[in-house]
Design a protein around this ligand. Structure first.
Ligand SMILES: [Zn+2]
Length: 301
């Protein structure tokens, strides 16, 4: 792991900038103390011999106390550096300070984690369902399954059958229809019942989702009460996760849980989630919203 982290040194270096004081700790060739980045790259590896300044020199060693030791510009980059040095002075009683800086940006005295991550990673265009998958208060393992569904990467039996991995792609929940993504999570009679239980608890009208797109449209649609949005998203992701969990349990262990039992598990998980996130201001009403119909009888068949 440490070796992997050490490999990131060249990347990390691009975020460090030295604010010069006396120049005694700042490397003349390898630290970023001018707008041009490190000078070994900007001027070239051979330039230190021509100007007689060893590679381990500090910035202070490049200064005589009266002026800079560097003379004569043979290249355009050296000319730019000399122009910059005419406006650069050292302060004997001030220590050099290393600052965090975005590449080509102004140095800052604080570390910006999100800025740094966004600049290191390869990023793609934001997808339209982003806020329905990743949001404040979400349960990570639920969001992960939801994310795979939105990317259409779930290994449903119909997909495995198309790949030649299985021969039978009959849904293990209803044992009637083919197990496609839309069927398994939305239109399977078993899943259909779980959605009815959940929407009843949320005091929301029942929606007969037919496709994943129509499900996403419902998730995005504003609720009558604005404070319902977080619990609506958390409950919807919990339903998707529970269905996938039940499907796997039936395939790999043969254990079958009736929809009432699965809803009881889901109910307990959501209560625990609401309690754990009670300290987040905009999520404080979630527990009350989830509890307010907990005594109402199950939905009619
Ligand atoms: Zn089914």
């Amino acid at each position: 792991m440490w070796k992997q982290m050490l490999k990131l040194r060249p990347t990390a270096k691009t975020f460090l900038s030295c604010s010069l004081g006396n120049g005694k700790s700042c490397s003349f060739w390898y630290d970023t103390w001018t707008p041009f980045g490190d000078l070994i790259t900007f001027l070239g590896a051979d330039e230190h011999q021509r100007i007689g300044l060893p590679l381990d020199s500090t910035v202070a060693q490049a200064h005589t106390g009266i002026g800079w030791r560097i003379r004569g510009a043979r290249t355009q980059n050296m000319e730019l550096l000399l122009i910059h040095l005419t406006e650069t002075t050292l302060s004997e009683n001030v220590k050099d300070i290393y600052l965090w800086a975005k590449p080509n940006g102004d140095p800052q005295d604080r570390f910006g984690f999100s800025d740094t991550w966004n600049m290191c990673r390869l990023s793609a265009q934001q997808v339209h369902w982003h806020n329905q998958v990743w949001f404040t208060g979400s349960i990570p393992k639920h969001s992960f399954i939801m994310w795979l569904c939105c990317l259409d990467r779930m290994p449903t039996l119909s997909r495995l059958r198309n790949w030649g991995i299985v021969e039978d792609d009959t849904c293990h929940l209803c044992e009637i229809y083919f197990e496609t993504k839309d069927h398994l999570f939305l239109t399977c009679p078993y899943s259909f019942d779980l959605w009815r239980w959940c929407l009843r608890r949320l005091q929301m009208p029942f929606i007969d989702f037919n496709t994943w797109e129509s499900f996403l449209l419902w998730l995005k649609s504003p609720s009558n009460e604005e404070k319902m949005t977080p619990i609506k998203l958390i409950a919807a992701q919990a339903v998707i996760y529970s269905i996938w969990h039940e499907r796997n349990a039936r395939i790999f262990t043969g254990i079958r849980t009736p929809v009432e039992g699965l809803f009881a598990q889901l109910d307990r998980r959501i209560r625990n989630t609401c309690s754990a996130r009670h300290c987040i201001l905009k999520l404080q009403d979630m527990l009350m919203l989830w509890f307010r119909t907990s005594t109402i009888a199950p939905p009619p068949s």
